[in-house]
Write a protein that binds this ligand. Sequence first.
Ligand code: ZN
Length: 191
Amino acid sequence: MILPIVLYGDPVLRKKAEIVSPDFPQIKELIISMFETMYGAQGVGIAAPQVGIPIRMFVIDAAGMNDRPENIEDLTNFKRIFINPIINSEEGEKWSFEEGCLSIPGIREEVIRYPQINITYQNEKFETLNESFIGLKARIIQHEYDHIEGILFTDHISSLRKQLNKTKMNRIQKGEMETDYPVKVYSGRKR
Ligand code: ZN
């Protein structure tokens, strides 16, 4: 099921997400829906808070990125489900790459990150795995990991770039930004 993607401005994107237990209701269905939602929006990763559920889980399938001219890495087999991930280390010489986010449509900015990470996580069977990733794979994980910590990629940009994006960000928050996928705008009103 394609779920609406929560847009910038919704407090769920700012929460530190909760640990997921194997008996979390309908976790299998949620994982399937997250992949469908991500594919439907032509994304390469999506975190649970982006569909309104503040739990420590994200999914990635970067195969779609292989066609993009800026990409020089083979991402064909980079499909993963990360549950309760912990980034153990980040290393190497920081590098810059243009990122975007399904929750912040229409904005792309250069973000500086470490090129190498080691991560421990659970898969959909709640088996614990440990893997190291480099380059774009590491970057996509770092971007999604930020989401479960309540951090957005626009937090990493300079105050000048933030200022330049302010009008656009306000428009996203108000739901005035066009997207070709379903979104949920946070009204800010409590009933
Ligand atoms: Zn994002």
